[in-house]
Every structure is written in C-alpha cells, then in structure tokens.
Design a binder for this molecule. Structure first.
Ligand SMILES: O=C(O)[C@@H](CO)OP(=O)(O)O
Length: 313
C-alpha cells in the first residue's frame, strides 16, 4: 500500500520499471560552443511542499544529464558498451564534482541505466546535494521486489528521490568490439573504419548497435517515460552513457545525423536543460557549487527563486 503511494508519485515512469574532456565546452566539429552559466547565490529550501507547488505553477522543469565518471575500462581504453564495469577512483571523484555543480538544483526524480557506472555516478553526485534527500532505487522486477522494498513512513518518502533504472538508457551495445583495446582495434582495422564504427550514425560495429539503433530505444524511453515527468513540472536527472546521451541530446537539440557525429561527451560533466513552453533549452554546464543558473535563465524561474528566498527570510 505504502509502496503504491510512493510509486504513484512516479506517474508513467513507475509502470516500467565524450563531451570530450573539454571542461565546460560542448564541441560540435570545429565550433566550440562555450557553455555560459550565470552566477547566482545558492538557494535553500523550505521544509514543506510549497517549492514543489511553486515549480508546478511555473510549468518549467530542469533536466540534468550526466555521463558516468571514468570507468576502469575507459582508463584501459577498452570498448565497453553493455559490459558492466565500475568507476575508477578518478571516476568517483568526477561524480562527486558533478554533484557539487548541481547541488543547488532541486531533483525530483533520477533515471539511470541498468549499468553500475551510471548508478554509482548518480548516487555519488547526490551525496553532494544541498537538499540531502535520499536517492532510493526502485525495484520493480517482480511483485516480491516491489513488496519487499516498501517504505512505511510518508515523511521518509518525502525525503526520498525515486531512482528508476532502465536498460533502454544503457550504453550502445558494441558487439564484437566489447573488451577490445581501441588503439589496437584501430591499428588492426584502420583508423577510418574504427572511427566509422564509433561515430557514424547508422553504421553498426560488428554485431553491435549503431547510434541510430541506440537512439531508437533511448529516445523512445525518454519520450515515453522521462518527458512526461518534465512536462508535469518535475526536475529530472539522467545518469547514463556517452552514446545513449548523445542520442538523447540529438533529440533535445534537434541535431542532424551529420551534426551528432562531432558531439563528444566528457565523463562526469553535468549538462543542464530547461523545458519551457514545450521546448528544451540548453543551459550549459553549471560551473560550480555556487551556481544555480537554472533560476536565472528564465523570468518565471527567477521569480520562483525569488519567492523561495522571500519565504526563507
Ligand atoms: O567503449 C564504450 O562503450 C564507448 C564509451 O566509452 O566508447 P566510444 O567513445 O567509442 O563510443
């Protein structure tokens, strides 16, 4: 019963279960778009639900995308794909740093892939959050898993953030390249061929998924499960992978299959979007823990922040 209530809060999500290391730059081919975020004071939160109400009224929502921190196979330069590899120490630090950058942005729901590197990243990032809500992974794999993970306190539920894990957000399946060294593969098959496998839109690696195939599942999941949450005013964080996020960014930024080729995502750099009037607006990457650019980006969000500040005085 109590689980049902907690799960109801999830709406549709409940029913199913290299930005290149380039700092705060998103690189599109030669063009390097500087991601600008405005410095504003950190925001605090009232102890009741009024902030949620206010946000709903503003009909805007924030979407945070984070590629997982460095994994042990990123470090070894191996094709990883759907192999479930954990973070390195550096990856852990990147996730914590990412968490600091977004620590001022209220998060209502978290989506991660089914892979540990994305889940570790989401959890580590949330350890830095100012609101100190507890991210809790939902277990919907069967009735017993649902029953056995119930929470029996409404107050505790309010202090929790539901975390939905979805294999549709997994890294692209790299087929017979999984576990191979990227440099050795380029030496063997040629640099051009390997680049085509890694970055072309519709050419899959041997027995693997092309970006197009990865997009079919990841973007469909985003549209069916995540977008409705955003449209209802919930702020959402997604922790996923280089290629599943590239395909989602392609959808958000309406990139062509040519443009997406040059889109590289760094590990552990959060990206912020605002959904406003049904449109996604890229806000860039919050550059530090004292920045909450989301509030200054649009008039109504600035107003929302102002109201929160007034309430706390
Ligand atoms: O190995 C992988 O799974 C991916 C991400 O690390 O590599 P690539 O950058 O070639 O898509």
């Amino acid at each position: 019963m109590a689980t049902a209530v907690f799960h109801q809060a999830l709406g549709t999500a409940q029913s199913h279960q290299h930005l290149q290391n380039s700092g705060s730059h998103l690189e599109f081919g030669n063009a390097s778009l500087k991601l600008i975020s405005k410095v504003v004071q950190p925001v605090s939160y009232p102890p009741n639900n009024s902030s949620d109400e206010l946000r709903k009224k503003s009909s805007e929502a924030a979407l945070i995308l984070i590629r997982h921190g460095e994994s042990l196979w990123n470090e070894k330069n191996l094709f990883t794909g759907c192999v479930d590899v954990p973070l390195t120490k550096k990856g852990v630090e990147e996730a914590i740093e990412a968490g600091k950058r977004i620590s001022n942005i209220p998060v209502d729901m978290i989506y991660t892939s089914a892979l540990i590197r994305a889940q570790m990243t989401a959890m580590l990032a949330m350890t830095q959050h100012r609101r100190k809500k507890v991210p809790i992974i939902l277990h919907n794999e069967n009735e017993q898993a649902r029953e056995w993970s119930q929470i029996f306190s409404e107050d505790t539920k309010k202090q929790s953030i539901p975390v939905v894990t979805a294999s549709q957000l997994n890294e692209r399946m790299y087929g017979e390249l999984q576990g191979l060294n990227k440099q050795e593969t380029a030496d063997r098959f040629g640099k051009e061929k390997v680049h085509e496998w890694r970055r072309s839109y519709d050419i899959p690696p041997p027995n693997g998924e092309s970006l197009e195939m990865c997009a079919e599942r990841a973007v469909a999941y985003f549209k069916d499960h995540i977008e409705p949450q955003l449209l209802s005013g919930k702020n959402v964080m997604i922790a996923a992978h280089g290629n599943s996020l590239r395909s989602i960014i392609m959808y958000l930024d309406k990139l062509t299959s040519q443009e997406v080729i040059n889109l590289e995502l760094s590990t552990g750099i959060p990206m912020l979007y605002i959904l406003k009037g049904g449109k996604f607006i890229r806000r860039g990457s919050p550059a530090g823990p004292t920045e909450a650019g989301v509030y200054a980006y649009t008039r109504s969000l600035a107003l929302y922040r102002q109201k929160l500040d007034d309430m706390l005085r």
